[in-house]
Structures are given as C-alpha cells and as structure tokens.
Design a protein around this ligand. Structure first.
Ligand code: PMP
Length: 350
C-alpha cells in the first residue's frame, strides 16, 4: 500500500499552457545553427542503443571538470539537478533530522524532504528578498536541521542572498547546498568552498544554458563527499544521448551557448529598463535569466490576459511575500518585444 507520507504529497506543478511566446520556465532561448543540429544528428545516430551508457559518464565529467577548473572526482552528475537534490536529501544527516531553506524558493527542496518524511523548516525571506539571518539562526539552534538549501540566485525572486549571511548559517554546523542553477547569469559562486569543504556543495545544471531537454545536473563537492554521494546515484542516470550531445555542446559548440547567455544578460537589462518605464509597473532586481514584476492589477488577471495575447509568463502570486507578482523569463529580443507590447496592451485594457 502507498504510505500516508506519499499520499500527502502534491506533484510538482509546471506551466504547460501552449502559447506562441513561452517565457515561463527559465529556459535559455537558443537557435541551434544547422551545423550543430547536423553534428548532433550524426553523433546520436551512431549510438549503440542496445548498450548501456557509461555508468560513470567519465568523458562528460572530465569535460565539465576542465571547464570548472576542478577534478572529475569532485563531480557527481544527475538526471537534472532535481535528481541531485534528491540524492542530497537522502544522504545528508539522518532522516529524522530536518531540512531548512528560505521561502519562497525552488519547490524541489521541500518536495524531496517530504518524500523522505524529513521535517521541513521554512524561513520566510525578508521584504527585500534577502535571508532573515536571525530567523535561520533561531531555527538551526532550536531544531538542529542537518541540511540547508539556498538557490543562488533564488528562484523565483532572482536575487543572490548575502554571502556573509550564508556563511554565518553554515558556521552553525549545517551542511549547505548552493544551488547555482542560474550561475551563468550571476557570475557569483561558492565553487572554491565546495571543492575544499566537507560542509558545502554547489549544484549547477545544463538546463539553463540551452540544454534542459538533456537532463544533466552537476554537483561539485570535496572528493570524499562526492565519493559518498556517488553511492546513492542510480547506475545509468545520464542517458547515452545526453552524454553524447552534452559532450559535443560543451566542446565543439560551447561558443553557441556562450553567445546566447551573453544575449540574455543584455536582454535582461533592456527588458527590465523598458518595463520600469511603464506606469505602475514595479520590477525587482535580478541576477538570473528571469525576474519578478508587479502591476497594479491582480496577477491572475494579468496572467490570463497575457495568455490571450499569446504570451505565457509564470503567476507566482500565490507564494508567500509575492502577492501580485509575475515571473518572466528573458527570451529572444523579438519575444521580449512581444511581451512588452502585450503587457502594454493588457494594462491599457484593464
Ligand atoms: N534549481 C533551481 C533553482 C531551479 O530553478 C531549477 C529549475 N527550474 C532546478 C534546480 C532544476 O534544474 P534541472 O533542470 O537541472 O533539474
């Protein structure tokens, strides 16, 4: 029989409404050149599909390690960083010890804790979306959670938390995960700590650099920590096509990723500046490839009206502290223009 623990869960929700302009899932807008598609096609067609892939994904780990300036022994790969969040939730501390994280944040930290029956301690963010240090210290001293998650930058608020606050929280003896899924857009990292310290790991992903469909998440940890975490990894968790395509994209075609990331950072600044000019629209600072904004109207209404105009953003107004807020992902210049045009139209209509 299915346990009450599992029956009590709700499945991960994502926005799937079909729309011409999809700016709802923090993906990278990429136009893959024909040469890239052709090479990928050739590489995939020569995969021996009857064979299991390399269980260690050794070549891919070597390529990633070189890019990050770490050793392959510092790296554990996951079927998306989602899977790595699960591995950490299974492995760090005892299951009777809790997990702490700020809210609102990426929901998988809470979902993985609940799946395992671990106690969750959710500390609301301050009004400026930074960490409530005193709130964290109180929870940690009273409840002694074993594991803390920080999305850095935070999804859905877009900001990077104060580094010093994170270090003070870590000093209390809690194993600290820096989920740097949006690192390419922030440039801020705890990577140096992750390779040296036994209480810190960093998560990265290929999902936000144009390869979400491959499902490749990257965990960087001190070698002994990585060795232990590797014991809970499912044997063939990175599929053959994912290994082959990721290797190609991170070597021969890395410049394609870099160019698109650069475009998104530039577009983020332009889009935010344009939105700020709109009457009654409030825009929140961001180090990611998405940001929050607020209009004078109910978020659900604006969300629905934008869909009618063919633009899909994420309604996050149900989350604590985010009343009235919508989250928009930065897209191609023409998609961003379509969003600006649609929003202007909607605001005039309401
Ligand atoms: N962490 C954060 C903060 C995210 O926003 C996301 C995706 N929305 C993930 C992890 C999951 O990434 P992946 O596709 O690698 O599982």
């Amino acid at each position: 029989m299915i346990s009450g623990r599992v029956r009590g869960l709700s499945p991960y929700r994502t926005e799937t409404t079909p729309c011409k302009v999809k700016l709802s899932s923090n993906e990278l807008p990429v136009k893959f050149p024909e040469e890239v598609k052709r090479k990928i096609g050739e590489a995939v067609s020569s995969i021996p599909f009857n064979r299991y892939p390399d269980p260690k994904a050794q070549e891919l780990r070597e390529i990633i390690a070189e890019r990050f300036g770490v050793s392959p022994e510092n790296i554990v790969l996951g079927n998306g960083s989602d899977e790595l969040i699960q591995y950490l939730s299974v492995s760090v501390g005892e299951l009777k010890e809790g997990v702490v994280y700020p809210v609102p944040t990426f929901p998988m930290y809470g979902i993985c804790a609940s799946t395992l029956g671990r106690e969750k301690f959710e500390v609301p963010l301050q009004e400026d979306f930074d960490l409530d240090l005193q709130g964290f210290l109180k929870v940690i001293r009273e409840k002694r959670p074993a594991l803390a998650f920080f999305s850095y930058p935070n999804n859905p608020t877009g900001n990077c938390f104060d580094e010093e606050k994170i270090k003070k929280i870590r000093n209390e003896g809690v194993f600290t995960v820096l989920d740097e899924a949006y690192y390419s857009f922030s440039g801020k990292t705890f990577l140096a700590d992750a390779v040296q310290r036994e209480d810190t790991v960093v998560l990265r992903t290929l999902s936000k650099v144009g390869l979400a469909g491959l499902r490749v998440g990257i965990l960087i940890a001190e070698e002994e920590v990585a060795k232990e975490l590797n014991k809970v990894r499912l044997p063939f968790n990175i599929t053959y096509p994912s290994q082959v395509i990721a290797k190609l994209m991170l070597t021969e075609f890395y410049h394609v990723i870099e160019e698109h990331v650069k475009m998104v950072i530039e577009e983020r600044e332009r889009l935010m500046a344009e939105l700020c000019k709109m009457d009654g629209v409030k825009v929140y600072p961001s180090h990611a490839n998405f940001f929050l904004f607020k209009t004078p109207y109910p978020a659900g209404l604006v969300h629905g009206e934008l869909i009618k105009e063919g633009v899909l953003v994420r309604d996050v107004s149900h989350l604590p502290g985010l009343e009235g807020c919508l989250r928009v992902t930065v897209g191609f210049p023409e998609e961003n223009d379509a969003f600006l045009f649609a929003l202007q139209k909607v605001l005039r209509r309401l």
